[in-house]
Design a protein around this ligand. Sequence first.
Ligand SMILES: Nc1nc2c(ncn2[C@@H]2O[C@H](COP(=O)(O)OP(=O)(O)OP(=O)(O)O)[C@@H](O)[C@H]2O)c(=O)[nH]1
Ligand SMILES: [Mg+2]
Length: 210
Amino acid sequence: MSRPVSAKFVISGGFGAGKTTYVTSVSEIKPLRTEGEMTSKGIGVDDGTKVPGKTTTTVAMDFGRLTIDESLVVYLFGTPGQDRFGFMWDDLSEGALGAIVLVDTRRLDECYPALDYFEAKGIPFVMALNQFQGADEHDIEEVRYALNIDSAVPMIHCDARKTDSVRNVMVRLCHHVLSRISEQAAESKDSSGSDAEEVDSDDAVPQPAG
Ligand SMILES: Nc1nc2c(ncn2[C@@H]2O[C@H](COP(=O)(O)OP(=O)(O)OP(=O)(O)O)[C@@H](O)[C@H]2O)c(=O)[nH]1
Ligand SMILES: [Mg+2]
């Protein structure tokens, strides 16, 4: 049997959106977690006020692995949530085929840095709305409208604590990445086809004057 293809995906989102929980829920290996205590030293540097009661934060990355099927294994990297670790995003995203933007629906606007980042890098992404207890349940299309997200970007509800829910997001992302790859292949075929036509017309034998 041939070996499965491996792909790198990244999960990002605002501080405390549930990224580490997500990777932990879906990984079939013991996930690598780099949690640091949120101590008084972070006051004035890290903004932990929006997630009261949170005692740890990711200080480097999360890492896990998930077998989608016999042909595909996904390596999943989670970004750290604090702004001061933003410099790590480039390394974590290098070579990524796709990404998840995890959204805490209580703090919608905090997903913008991740959105902007993946858009700028041209990395296809899906948006996963992580439903926290006590938070209002938002309709997907309301969130899409509020954040002004293109209709081509898949958006899906999830519970980062539940393996099935997170797997569902991963499968959706795989489909999205594959369809983006086919679209790009079709576009490049079209553009090489039109180039060929131009070449043909350029190469047309000029008629002798007179
Ligand atoms: N109710 C509920 N709680 C969640 C969910 N996902 C995460 N949590 C809780 O939210 C808290 C923050 O989750 P983390 O996974 O540490 O969030 P994070 O995005 O990795 O945080 P940073 O790395 O610090 O940015 C934890 O206490 C989780 O148990 C969810 O889907 N529902
Ligand atoms: Mg984390």
